[in-house]
Design a protein around this ligand. Structure first.
Ligand code: DGT
Ligand code: CA
Ligand code: ZN
Length: 578
């Protein structure tokens, strides 16, 4: 066994002991033993075999025994035991520069943060700004450190893929040698996570376009470069592939590399059944090439309406486009206002008024403020008094803001028994309530969690069910629960289902939206914004809704302000009457 493995093992034991807040003398003993062994030029294996490791200054008796046993057996029971006490994600967090065992322990024990993804989410929600030993600056440093770690990730969140794609589009899109150029792949389909970015271009001078590509700003490394195919890694770690074809091939290549693979396979089968052959370069009948100048023409040639990229997952979109049909899908411009945003009253970064003005700038007629409720003390949850102060301020703002309305709401924690976080008379004074699960309990299985959610849905004051699965993409799985039953209960109780548009959540999952549609329940595309740029996350929510085949009528916040006000009242009245 080589020296470095022994040293690493001792270092890891010291680190885990410190993380677990064990005796500081022991921690130091392991640290100094690892340093001493690293620096010594003795034959470690020999000293171990003759039980003479304590000859090395800095190695005590018990560590010497452990090291000897480790060298003999190749395993360290001590390390294994320590590892079993710490979630692997917590160990990974310590790879972030500046996050030592002490700070990591605070995040783990006080904030229940157990992996890098959860930590990133907490920073996004501004949770570390007020945390003892951290603060605004340290929160920013942690986010930078996370970006470094992510460089080696296998998959990225959609905004990271989009940013890389747009960087390339911007530096190449206007080049005179580029005839057409478009983002393809999972980014174009609006998948919530992406492996790599695919871009397709047409040109009569592909070499020149390839030069531009591999030297574009933001490119860190070239991976491959042919005359028509190139691949690079961007500074953030995202891979980008570029394919260059002739302009007559372009629509077919774009369609092919947009995918999904399953959609492509189904489309090819359809072409074949109609006596044609389709591949990434064209559509052919016998030897004859069928000209299509756009994707739309390809779909038409195959007897279909245009299928938007988000829908191309082979989940029924081809049947729906039969005979030229193009079922309507919600667009960002259909949104007339938004629900679910946070302000300085809880963990948001901006005041009520600033958020309201930012919504007005986006052309929205209303916003529904929903700060955290009192159980969410880690997020500055609102006491009953805070709620009253906020309500007064909203009344004032509603007087002075022209053509804009603020709805009063709250994001109420769903407590362990499924009840909401305020007494009924307080809830009754609000225009709407988003009920969300934030704290999870160890022994909660599927049945228990489903009951907890059902109880919240049954409350006549629950207007919306917030981030229904609780997942954090690439970080935390959804909690176990019976989604079908929850959706049906929402439909029955006229509870709107949130599509939380935060790109780390995108929750409810778009794959469930077909089920939602069947029950007649509505969704609301909610930014869950904690700062102004967070408002534009609705764009990701809209893409997810489109993936699920959602028409504007199914989206609660496509209603104008008067209709929303009336609908909120009517629903409350019906439910109290039940
Ligand atoms: P990902 O994993 O996030 O990168 O997802 P995609 O969909 O971007 O997958 P990628 O980059 O491997 O390939 C891009 C597209 O190329 C894919 O959506 C469809 C097409 N494609 C790739 N491999 C195949 C294949 O074996 N058969 C067919 N028909 N199409 C393929
Ligand atoms: Ca891809
Ligand atoms: Zn929440």
């Amino acid at each position: 066994m080589d020296r470095s493995r022994i040293v690493e093992t001792l270092e890891e034991i010291a680190l885990l002991k410190e993380l677990l807040d064990e005796n500081p003398f022991k921690v130091r003993a392991y640290q100094s033993a690892s340093r001493a062994i690293a620096a010594s030029d003795e034959d470690i294996a020999l000293l171990a075999a003759t039980r003479e490791l304590t000859k090395i200054k800095g190695v005590g008796k018990s560590i010497a025994d452990n090291v000897a046993a480790f060298i003999e057996s190749g395993a360290s029971p001590e390390l294994e035991e320590l590892r079993s006490k710490v979630p692997p994600g917590v160990v990974e967090m310590m790879r972030i520069p500046g996050l030592g065992p002490k700070k990591t322990r605070t995040l783990w024990h006080e904030m229940d943060i157990k992996c890098v993804g959860e930590l990133e989410y907490a920073c996004g929600e501004n949770r570390l700004a007020e945390l003892k030993g951290f603060g605004q600056k340290s929160q920013e440093n942690i986010l930078e450190g996370i970006a470094l770690i992510k460089k080696f990730a296998a998959r990225f969140l959609l905004p990271e893929g989009m940013a890389a794609a747009h960087a390339i589009m911007e530096s190449l899109g206007d080049a005179p040698e580029v005839i057409r150029m478009a983002i393809a792949g999972s980014v174009r389909r609006g998948r919530e996570t992406v492996k790599d970015v695919d871009i397709v271009a047409s040109s009569n001078a592909p070499e020149k376009v390839m030069d531009l590509f591999v030297s574009a700003p933001g490119v860190e490394k070239m991976l491959a470069r042919g005359s028509t195919k190139g691949a690079v890694i961007m500074e953030g770690g995202v891979h980008v592939d570029l394919r260059i074809v002739s302009d007559r091939e372009f629509p077919f290549t774009l369609h092919h590399f947009t995918g999904s693979k399953e959609h492509n396979t189904a489309m090819r089968a359809r072409a074949q059944a109609m006596g044609m052959k389709m591949n990434e370069y064209g559509l052919f009948r016998d030897e004859e090439r069928i000209v299509c100048v756009s994707e739309r023409e390809i779909f038409h040639t195959l007897g279909l309406g245009y299928i938007p990229p988000e829908r191309r997952e082979n989940m029924g979109e081809i049947a729906e486009a039969e005979g030229g049909a193009e079922p309507p899908l919600v667009e960002r411009k259909d949104l007339k206002g938004i629900f679910h945003l946070h302000t300085t009253y809880s963990d948001g970064l901006e005041t009520l008024e600033t958020m309201a003005r930012a919504c007005m700038e986006r052309g929205w007629e209303y916003m529904g403020v929903a700060d955290h409720s009192r159980a969410a003390h880690y997020a500055g949850g609102l006491s009953i008094d805070d709620l009253k102060r906020q309500s007064d301020e909203i009344d004032r703002l509603n007087e002075i803001l022209d053509g804009f309305h603020i709805f009063k709401g709250v994001e109420s924690d769903i407590l362990a028994d499924g009840s909401l976080d305020y007494p009924e008379d307080i809830l009754a004074g609000l225009d709407f309530v988003i009920a969300s699960v934030h704290l999870r309990y160890k022994k909660e299985d599927e049945a228990k969690m489903t009951r907890r959610l059902m109880a919240a849905i049954m409350s006549p004051y629950t207007t919306m069910l917030g981030h229904p699965t609780g997942r954090l993409l690439l970080a935390r799985d959804p909690y176990p629960m019976d989604m079908g039953a929850v959706i049906e209960a929402c439909a029955e109780q006229e509870v709107v289902i949130e599509l939380n548009a935060n790109p780390q959540r995108l929750d409810i999952d778009w794959r469930e939206l077909g089920k939602v549609k069947k029950t007649g329940a509505m969704i609301s595309i909610n930014p869950d914004a904690h700062r102004i740029p967070g408002l534009d996350h609705v764009g990701y929510g809209v893409m997810a809704a489109r993936k699920g085949g959602v028409a504007p009528e199914m989206v609660f916040n496509t209603m104008g302000v008067d209709q929303v006000a009336a609908e909120l009242k009517a629903r409350r009245a019906r439910r109290l009457g039940k």
